[in-house]
Write a protein that binds this ligand. Sequence first.
Ligand code: ZN
Length: 126
Amino acid sequence: LLLEKVEKQKRGGTTKRATPATPARVRSIRPGADNSRNIPSEVQRGVGERDGDQCAFVSKDGRRCTERTFLEFHHIVPYALGGKATIENISLRCRRHNQYEAELVFGPHGASVVREVGGIQWAGSA
Ligand SMILES: [Zn+2]
């Protein structure tokens, strides 16, 4: 019993100075900075093929955006929230819709980070 106690104390002592849990990265999010440089080229290719090189945004009435220019790679689950750069999590968006969805998550100025995200329904991939 005594040994057990000592063990616990030891462990408690070593973890005291562990790195803080809040990831510093989350604080420096800027929507729109979320661009293709983090996305492997095979994922970019796969997403482009799947989405037909067209914005994959689908409006509430079920109509898909027809924009084929100024396309950007949109993280369905934001990169800053742990979303991976996979074909499943990346979708093509025109500039306008990428901006629009970024604002849903980050607010118009990118200031209010992360907190509200739990309530958002991802319109995401078809
Ligand atoms: Zn669009």
